[in-house]
Design a protein around this ligand. Structure first.
Ligand code: C5P
Ligand code: MG
Length: 295
């Protein structure tokens, strides 16, 4: 049984209302076709993301001062949970691309509200200009008023965990070029069964309009087809720290801390050499492969 079959059968045991409320049809709306520049503006004067979100052609932040760690993994892999713990212990600022998009969507008068809603429901990747601009804005305002007064945030310095980003190759390349070069990628891997189980559990209370059958299937597919190539790209550059996120939260976190300590220490003594791919993944139980392309 593929993961898609499992998602479907998990939901067919629910009431019909739960399965159909958020997605009216499987047809992809025409404007959710992938485009480089969002072209779906509504009349609005609000400016969290400008109507034409133009990205800089050189890095906005100094990589010697601003550290960025990308946090990737399938939907439900535990990215947000682990980031929260890291914030406490290492004074990171945690920015979730998905949260920023949802916030922007909910902002009254947002130019991109409708577009974001549709992309999220379809499990597709929002055009990079929007997401990168939101991240850049959030980083700027964090640096302007740092979350704490520790050494890590003095004199224009800062450290960010950017969760759920980059989800597509163009985002990866553009962020490194126009915002700041990322240090490395923390990649949480686990198997499909666990992802599905967690999403179904979370869906009971999350209120998210993409925690439903149709959207979960699409999000899994997007992850395999569009986001895994990003992980592979960074892996080839030796910038991926892979951690099996199947075990309980605290157990995973112990491994995360070891890796982070190692990386942060080595980057403070030498900034350029973030090489050597690390894999601490242990295939957990005999479950399906990590997001097998079968889906
Ligand atoms: O990370 P999270 O699961 O909160 O993301 C929810 C949705 O937001 C994704 O399925 C996708 O539609 C959108 N997203 C995106 N680009 C990102 C991160 C999230 O388009 N980098
Ligand atoms: Mg999240």
């Amino acid at each position: 049984m593929t993961v898609i079959d499992k998602v479907k059968s998990a939901f067919t045991s629910d009431s019909p209302e739960t399965t159909t409320t958020s997605t009216q049809s499987n047809a992809t709306p025409s404007h959710t076709e992938e485009k480089n520049v969002p072209s779906h503006p509504k009349e609005s004067n609000a400016k969290s993301v400008p109507e034409t979100a133009v990205l800089s052609d050189k890095a906005v932040f100094d990589q010697n001062k601003v550290t960025v760690i990308f946090v990737l993994g399938g939907p439900g892999a535990g990215k947000g949970t682990q980031c929260e713990k890291l914030v406490n212990d290492y004074k990171f600022k945690h920015l979730s691309a998905g949260d920023l998009l949802r916030e922007e969507r909910n902002r009254p008068g947002s130019t991109y509200g409708e577009l974001i809603t549709e992309y999220i429901r379809e499990g597709k990747i929002v055009p990079q200009e929007v997401t990168i601009k939101l991240l850049e804005n959030a980083m700027s305002s964090t640096l302007a008023s740092p979350p704490n007064t520790t050494n890590e945030w003095l004199n224009g310095k800062g450290r960010f965990l950017i969760d759920g980003f980059p989800r597509k190759m163009d985002q990866a390349l553009k962020f490194d070029e126009s915002v700041v070069k990322s240090s490395f990628v923390l990649f949480f891997s686990t198997n499909e069964n666990i992802l599905l189980e967690r999403l179904l559990e979370r869906g009971k209370t999350s209120g998210r309009d993409d925690d439903n059958k149709e959207s979960i299937v699409k999000r899994f597919r997007t992850f395999v087809e569009t986001s895994m190539p990003v992980v592979d790209y960074y892996r080839k550059l030796g910038k991926v720290v892979e951690i099996d996120s199947s075990p309980p939260i605290d157990e995973v976190y112990e491994k995360v801390k070891i890796e982070i300590d190692q990386r942060l220490n080595s980057s403070s003594t030498q900034t350029s050499n973030t090489t050597q791919s690390t894999s601490t993944t242990n295939a957990s139980n005999d479950a399906a492969p990590i997001l097998a392309p079968a889906i």
